[in-house]
Design a protein around this ligand. Structure first.
Ligand SMILES: [Zn+2]
Length: 749
């Protein structure tokens, strides 16, 4: 990309701008308070050390540390002991969860040229040679079984791929599907395969996506090697995260646990992840039509769809044991508002050694805790209580964070003002997904933290990178939308879907949340969830010098300290109103597009019926008619958004010039504003997800859907449900406006 010199020059110019920003006001502080806060942050920065992060990461990633392993427990004990040594009040909370591990795995090609998949990852560095305690590669919470059936290739196994398959006149019914990783969340692949009638699912990593199609393979380069396997969870997390047998633990204490048959989040067909080295033999054996162009990967074979000649034998059996989770919780009690909590978390469990995922984030979080502890030892106390959490069991299903958030749900709803999450961290650009009310806070912090390599502010780097990406010919709609958001120089912030521990806090409890991390220039993708996500790989390709670990600590440390110390909570609501207004417009366009598509489909059905009558030897495969699209009444949402705009602007203005003595009452109210965006009845078919503004998509997995109740109803043409969720969302926005009006009154007197 750009040359280093060019970057450094740009960096110096931006640095001059950034230093001017230090005289700028700080969200929620008066000018004297801002000066003290920045002095505190300078002392915080001075206590951060890349060498300490390196040493900690090497220790914690030395052995396999998945849920239930001895090293996971040892890491929990080490974390607890460190927090205490740094001056925190810390304890361990233990939960028992269902955690399946492999008992038997077999995959073979049956027929004239039999082949048995190796299913193993040979050692490629010193860490991956220490296999003691590591589990065979598998996906957690898939089904079990022993099946022999024809094999069929379905590309990424996403809804569009099944539509393409239907156009080819093929079906996966009674077959074993082989799908490649990418394009959508892992768990959707076996789920959709099962819904389409498949009896087994094999997921492989194509070299086009994260192997030699991207870069030289490990250990020569960073990319996924021939035998590298991506493990992962297939728990149906878009329905609910957490232990599949004790859902809603916090809402119904003492409720009897479910049986596996009763669980709504366990999947049904046997599923195995494999390497491209194994997959190649299976794909090469397929017959039938040549795969559509977009389906072909980077293996030196002719990609075919199959479905007839080649047969596979797949066996998956698991041990369905209960395992302990060790959440480590540490507290620095607040001086003046101890009942308002700022919470910061990262998970600690990996799939194997977990150097990048999750220990890159976990070790940075610990560095923050060390620095905050050092400040506390010199007499500083935060105004609000700071809670640091090292979660267990994130990988199988956000188990540790969900258990803790549910068990303490009532208290959290009353006290938590902000949850700040990180997970993996790499060299590169600051990436943030966050509640809309936190955007100004995040932007201010991003403007003041400097990139360790270029010296530019991490905000300016993120803005610049996004603008360039949005101009690429293949730029997606989401990138373009975010670039538009960044057009004024504001840090681009994504919407909250799922994929890490913030989900129970924001989606279930309605606590304003931020998820952040650096990435984009590090090269950890090729070892994601494999035995090669090791200290050796991370030091070479993830974050050489561990400087982005320090950048993460600086960034999230500032978010924590500013939220903990600001006189007025640093949440602002103009962005909330503007963003939701834009989303309502999008939904109106979606209805119009849906109507156009229905009309076009009707025409196509008629044309094909005509063609079939003229030439009955062709199989034209007409699509199903979509049905009429009624008028959708957005008036309740339009009115609610207009009122929210006025209430939000009034609050934001009042927060700039508060009446002395009004701030406590206002903070009390603002603490609960995000909760007003939730509905206790939840989203259609998944009541655990209560947030009406953002949710993971039921059919995208990690990706966010905004105004999800309304949007997913329109997408699936459930028109009565769309009207119902327009009313519910409007009511929630009304409650948000009422709270903001009350807070404004408190501030203005
Ligand atoms: Zn992770």
């Amino acid at each position: 990309m750009h040359s280093r010199t060019h970057r450094r020059l740009a960096g110096a110019a931006l640095l001059a701008l950034a230093s001017g920003a230090h005289a700028a006001p700080l969200l929620g502080f008066d000018s004297a308070g801002a000066r003290d806060e920045r002095a505190l942050e300078a002392r915080f920065d001075a206590a951060l050390s890349p060498g300490a992060i390196r040493e900690r990461l090497q220790r914690m990633a030395a052995e396999a540390n998945q849920v239930g392993s001895p090293h996971d427990k040892a890491n929990a004990e080490f974390t607890l002991e460190q927090f205490r040594a740094w001056g925190w009040e810390a304890h361990m909370e233990v939960f028992s969860v269902l955690y399946p591990t492999p008992r038997e795995e077999l995959l073979e090609l049956v027929g004239p040229d039999p082949f048995k998949a190796t299913l193993t990852e040979p050692p490629l560095d010193a860490t991956s040679a220490r296999t003691q305690g590591a589990l065979p590669a598998y996906v957690a919470y898939g089904g079990e079984g022993d099946v022999t059936a024809p094999l069929i290739y379905v590309n990424y196994g996403m809804p569009a791929d099944y539509e393409a398959l239907q156009r080819l006149g093929l079906s996966v019914k009674g077959k074993i599907v082989i799908v490649r990783y990418g394009a959508g969340w892992r768990g959707l692949k076996p789920k959709l395969a099962h819904e389409h009638g498949a009896v087994g699912c094999i997921i492989y990593s194509d070299p086009a996506d994260d192997g030699y199609g991207q870069n030289e393979a490990y250990p020569k380069g960073p990319s996924r090697p021939e035998r590298g396997i991506q493990r992962g969870s297939v728990l149906d997390m878009p329905v609910q995260s957490g232990d599949p047998l004790t859902p809603n633990l916090g809402d119904t204490p003492g409720a009897p646990s479910l049986t596996r048959e009763q669980s709504k989040t366990l999947l049904h067909i046997p599923t195995l992840p494999i390497s491209w080295g194994d997959a190649r033999r299976f794909l090469a054996a397929l017959d039938g039509p040549v795969a559509p162009k977009a389906w072909r990967g980077a293996l030196p074979i002719t990609y075919r769809v199959g479905g007839a000649g080649a047969r596979a034998h797949l066996v998956v059996q698991s041990n369905w044991d209960q395992k302990p989770l060790y959440d480590v919780i540490a507290t620095l009690p607040g001086k003046s508002s101890p009942n308002q909590w700022v919470i910061r978390g990262n998970h600690r469990d990996g799939w194997v050694y977990g150097a990048q995922d999750p220990l890159s984030g976990q070790t940075a979080l610990m560095e923050e805790a060390k620095a905050l502890g050092a400040l506390a030892k010199t007499g500083w106390r935060p105004a609000r209580t700071i809670v640091y959490a090292s979660w267990d069991g994130e990988e199988p299903g956000l188990l540790g964070s969900t258990a803790w958030a549910e068990a303490h749900g009532k208290e959290l709803k009353a006290k938590a003002v902000l949850y700040i999450n990180s997970d993996t961290n790499d060299r590169g650009f600051l990436g943030v997904e966050a509640s809309y009310s936190t955007r100004r806070l995040v932007d201010q912090v991003g403007a003041e933290v400097r990139d360790p390599e270029t010296g530019a502010s991490v905000r300016d780097r993120a803005v610049a990178a996004l603008r360039v990406r949005a101009l690429a010919p293949d730029a997606g709609e989401e990138i373009k939308a975010r670039a538009k958001q960044a057009a004024g120089g504001e840090l681009p912030v994504g919407d909250m879907g799922s994929g890490s521990d913030y989900t129970p806090f924001v989606q279930h409890l309605g606590i304003a949340s931020i998820d952040l991390g650096y990435g984009g220039e590090g090269q950890s993708g090729g070892v994601y969830h494999s035995a090669y996500d090791t200290f050796e790989h991370f030091e070479r390709f993830g974050d050489p010098g561990f400087v982005y670990g320090v950048a993460l600590a600086r960034t999230s440390g500032r978010l924590v300290m500013r939220a903990a110390d600001a006189d007025i909570l640093p949440l602002r609501f103009g962005n909330v109103a503007d963003t939701i207004a834009g989303e309502v417009d999008e939904l109106k366009k979606l209805v119009a597009a849906t109507r156009e598509r229905a009309v076009a489909t009707d025409r196509l059905v008629e044309a094909k019926a005509f063609a079939l009558a003229a030439d009955p030897t062709q199989s034209w495969g007409p699509p199903d008619r979509l049905g009429p699209v009624p008028a959708v009444d957005f008036a309740p949402l339009d009115a609610a958004v207009a009122r929210l705009g006025a209430s939000a602007r009034a609050y934001d203005a009042a927060a700039e010039a508060p009446r002395p003595g009004g701030t406590d009452a206002a903070n009390q109210i603002v603490q609960g504003v995000e909760q007003a965006m939730t509905d206790p009845r939840g989203l259609p078919g998944r009541p655990w997800y209560r947030h009406l503004i953002y949710a993971p998509g039921l059919l995208t997995g990690y990706g966010a859907k905004t105004l999800p109740g309304v949007r997913e109803a329109i997408e699936s043409r459930r028109w009565a449900e769309a009207a119902e969720y327009i009313a519910r969302t409007a009511a929630a926005l009304g409650a948000v406006s009422a709270k903001l009006d009350a807070a404004t009154k408190a501030l203005a007197g």
